[in-house]
Design a protein around this ligand. Structure first.
Ligand SMILES: *[C@@H]1O[C@H](CO)[C@@H](O)[C@H](O)[C@H]1NC(C)=O
Length: 432
């Protein structure tokens, strides 16, 4: 009787445990200039809200298969690895992981080749595992995050005429070329790598997590029931479903929670979560990925004036913002500024028109239609504090493990928009 009561209390406490906040930190943000550059001091106010800080990114050496810093000068020479793990002194609750991959290890045509080579043989795996362990211990990380660069599903092509035909379109089809001829082998080998890492980490109590990158098909590469038991949690790449790089001619919601009418049924958070749950992953190990940015397309004069997605005949990436200066991508403070711009302004300075999401299913977008010369048109699908909160509520309602924010450097870390620093991060944290 006592035992049962004890068990029940333990279960109750476990179920009351708050969902986790995983904060990605992209160290490449150190190399930006002006207000987009995030320093160690800028990072500080975020840390009280994070359970995990994930340092992105390390890579893999193509000759030795060892884990290697991607920015040796910053990470090692300038001591940035250690500066980051020293943040734990003021934030003892914080667990700090080193992430490998993350689509940042891109020095060759096929970004997945060294990641697949590591899997393919025992000597390569040993080399990776030993070097990862050495890095974690030398620089005092709490664990390793595998943001493994598997080959991605290609963009799907929609058959048929767009203009009036969009809603009649039934057939989505991919190219007939397989994503990876040896996917079955790689899936099995990845399970082995995860098991071997887990074993190697055991005596030091190091954490091992998995981050799925967008468009990596878990059906192809992850044996969920075998892998999930050996990782602490998985962060789903549940964003960037539609991007100006993959889909330059069609703008659309990039990170909806639920399936949209006549869209790829896998391109939403709910489907991704359901896949893992269906494959016997415990719900408290599933974290959904939430972006702190927007993706933008250039609207053409043929893209219409309603802004209602999907937007056809777009011309690739939208113009970059004033801080990141990165075409196709806008940080939350950049978007905020565009929304609040003076209504008197015209041309490329004119404010964007915001369309919210009262049904809380697909997210917000904003746009400015193009003039007759194809100038000044832009369409942005974006996350903001209120939509991020809706995603956090979804996590809570489904008893999932938490949220992974990509990443701190794209949230409004200076409080430019509404005076408060890290509004997206806070908004998620207060809902969990
Ligand atoms: C999960 O399983 C349910 C019930 O079998 C099924 O209807 C659904 O399509 C599955 N979803 C995914 C994403 O596998």
């Amino acid at each position: 009787m006592l035992k049962v009561t004890f068990l029940l209390i333990t279960l109750l406490i476990a179920s009351l445990e708050a969902a986790k906040m995983v904060c990605y930190y992209d160290s490449a943000s150190q190399f930006r200039e002006g207000p987009a550059k995030l320093t160690l001091q800028d990072l500080e106010p975020a840390l009280q809200f994070c359970n995990y800080l994930v340092y992105g990114y390390a890579g893999i050496d193509r000759e030795t298969y060892q884990l290697k810093p991607l920015n040796k000068n910053l990470d090692i020479t300038q001591n940035h690895y250690r500066d980051i793990t020293n943040l734990r002194r003021n934030h003892p609750q914080l667990l700090i992981l080193l992430s490998v991959g993350g689509d940042r290890d891109l020095f060759e045509e096929s970004p997945s080749s060294s990641y697949l080579s590591v899997l393919e043989n025992q000597a390569h795996r040993n080399s990776f595992i030993n070097s990862a362990l050495a890095h974690l211990k030398t620089y005092d990380f709490d664990g390793l995050d595998l943001a493994w660069q598997f080959p991605k599903n290609p963009p799907k092509i929609v058959e048929g005429r767009f203009s009036s035909g969009w809603r009649k379109v039934k057939g989505w089809f991919s190219s007939s070329k397989p994503v990876d001829e040896y996917a079955a082998e790689h899936k099995e080998q990845f399970t082995t790598l995860v098991r071997e890492l887990k074993d190697a980490f055991k005596s030091d109590g190091l954490i091992l997590t998995l981050t799925m990158l967008p468009h990596v098909d878990p059906n192809l590469f992850i044996d969920v029931p075998s892998v999930i038991g050996n990782v602490d949690f998985v962060n789903l790449g549940s964003y960037d479903f539609q991007t100006p790089d993959r889909d330059p001619k069609v703008a659309d919601h990039s990170a909806p929670i639920y399936e949209m009418f006549e869209r790829d049924p896998t391109h939403n958070i709910d489907y991704q979560v359901q896949h893992w749950l269906n494959n016997s992953a415990p719900s408290n190990k599933i974290h959904i990925g939430v972006p702190a940015y927007g993706l933008s397309w250039t609207m053409s004069s043929k893209s219409g004036i309603t802004g209602y997605p999907p937007i056809e005949k777009t011309l690739g990436r939208g113009a970059g913002g004033r801080q990141l200066r990165k075409p196709g991508l806008m940080s939350w403070p950049e978007i905020c500024e565009k929304l609040q711009a003076d209504k008197e302004l015209t041309g490329e300075a004119a404010p964007l028109r915001k369309v919210g999401d009262p049904r809380q299913r697909y997210g917000s977008y904003a746009y400015r239609s193009a003039d007759d010369n194809d100038q000044n048109g832009i369409w942005v699908s974006y996350e903001e504090p209120s939509t991020a909160a809706v995603k956090a509520s979804y996590v809570f309602a489904k008893s999932l493990g938490g949220v992974a924010l990509f990443d701190l450097s794209l949230d409004d870390f200076r409080g430019q928009c509404a005076g408060e620093k890290y509004p997206i991060l806070r908004s998620i944290k207060f809902k969990l």
